[in-house]
Design a protein around this ligand. Structure first.
Ligand SMILES: NC(=O)NCCC[C@H](N)C(=O)O
Length: 408
């Protein structure tokens, strides 16, 4: 059976891509909750939506089918029994496994149609949304100075991270911070119950783990090579775990684990390193040492399902060998200027989304990086971002490829 997911590179022409349009969850961020919700400011929602619609239209204009996370979820939850099971798990993962608040949340959300319910869950549920008249000791003891019973999910528009399309399958990710962990529960129901995916997609690693991995760290470099960041969000043991699964059940036989700084600005590998052509990459200079080196480990299948690992530092040589290229062009963010590079990386100047070999979508605000890409022969489609980038993610972060054409 043909899988509805087919992604064997970072650069094959983008045919189908999953987005989430920012909603009221963005306006449920407060100065007090910003840091915990992984935001550095509170975007102005109407402009963020305008910018996101422009991004989506840019992808459509280049031939991509745009499908929406929130719509796929509502379709997946059409069946009453499935919806109840989902709701119980979502309320439990929001901190309520029994008691008056649990029951009131289930009652409140069950009364909605699937689309309204999923929109409300992403938006967040305030204490004032439900009438908790029949309080019990537990609900009285709950944290009443926090206005939400169920936190908003403002990072939902970064559809790159809760899952990753790899080959004809997917990794459904145990994410790192509580602010995002529930997003991949929605992904699980989309893959299991949405008619487009149900029963047709191999799951390389599911979210039922304690070790975590996020899609911003998972780069599909070819039909048998992955790069995975060892980052603030992805642990070495999760990399080994998914590598073992892929080596056993897929055509993937090489994983390049790249060690990057563990901090918020560079929370994923794709905030500092992306593939944009057969032999061209963007790279933030700060992840390389003075000799252009970076610690990386190349994983291959060993005997009896074990993994063999080689340590390297010359990332260009590793990429040339893994991708069978005679030369690799690493294009530095901000033209490696000591002021421009950190500024443009902060606003996701390295986080390009390739929509075809040598053709990318980037934020217009990173004009030094964009001009350098053009000097290296890259076709750059710029999208506006004054508000979207306040969430610390760019075009690659905001998109989950579902289908790309194979590259020769
Ligand atoms: N792939 C990515 O780099 N995604 C950006 C995620 C930004 C979000 N505020 C987070 O910290 O998870």
């Amino acid at each position: 059976m043909t899988s509805p997911i087919h992604v064997t590179s970072e650069i094959g022409k983008l045919k189908t891509v999953m987005l989430h349009r920012p909603g009221r969850e963005i306006e449920n961020i407060t100065p007090d909750s910003m840091e915990r919700l992984l935001f550095d400011d509170i975007p102005y929602l109407p402009i963020a939506q305008e910018e996101h619609d422009f991004f989506a239209q840019t992808l459509r204009d280049q031939g991509a089918e745009v499908i929406y996370f929130e719509k796929l979820a509502a379709e997946a939850l059409a069946d009453e029994k499935v919806r109840q099971e989902f709701l119980n798990r979502m309320v439990a993962e929001s901190g309520y496994v029994a008691g008056a608040t649990h029951d009131a949340l289930i009652e409140y959300l069950s009364a909605m149609n699937p689309q309204d319910m999923i929109d409300k869950i992403i938006e967040g549920v305030r204490g004032t949304d439900i009438d908790l008249k029949h309080g019990d000791l537990q609900s009285v003891s709950e944290n009443t100075d926090w206005p939400f019973l169920m936190d908003p999910m403002p990072n939902a528009y970064f559809t790159r991270d809760p899952q990753a399309s790899i080959g004809d399958g997917i990794s459904i990710n145990r994410m790192t911070f509580a602010a995002r962990q529930r997003e991949s529960l929605i992904t699980e129901y989309i893959i299991k119950h949405n008619p487009r995916f149900a029963g047709k997609v191999e799951v390389w690693r599911d979210r039922n783990h304690t070790t975590h991995i996020e899609g911003g760290d998972e780069l599909v470099l070819s039909n048998h090579v992955l790069a995975i960041g060892i980052s603030q969000r992805t642990t070495a043991d999760a990399i080994e775990d998914i590598a073992k699964n892929l080596f056993k059940d897929s055509d993937y036989d090489t994983v390049i684990a790249i060690s990057i700084p563990h901090n918020h600005a560079m929370m994923h590998l794709d905030t500092v390193f992306t593939m944009i052509n057969y032999d061209q990459f963007t790279v933030h200079p700060a992840i390389l040492d003075d000799n252009g080196q970076v610690d990386n480990w190349v994983l291959h299948p060993g005997k009896d399902g074990e993994i063999v690992m080689e340590h390297h530092t010359d990332i260009k040589e590793v990429l040339k060998k893994a991708l069978n290229k005679s030369e690799i062009d690493l294009i530095p963010t901000g033209n490696a200027d000591p002021i421009v590079a950190p500024r443009e990386q902060w606003n996701d100047g390295s986080n390009t989304l390739a929509i075809a070999p040598g053709e990318v979508v980037t934020y217009n605000r990173n004009y030094v990086s964009n001009d350098l890409l053009r000097e290296h022969g890259i076709l750059v489609h710029e999208v506006r971002s004054s508000e979207l980038s306040r969430g610390r993610g760019g075009p690659r972060c905001m998109s989950c490829p579902i289908v790309r054409e194979d590259i020769d």
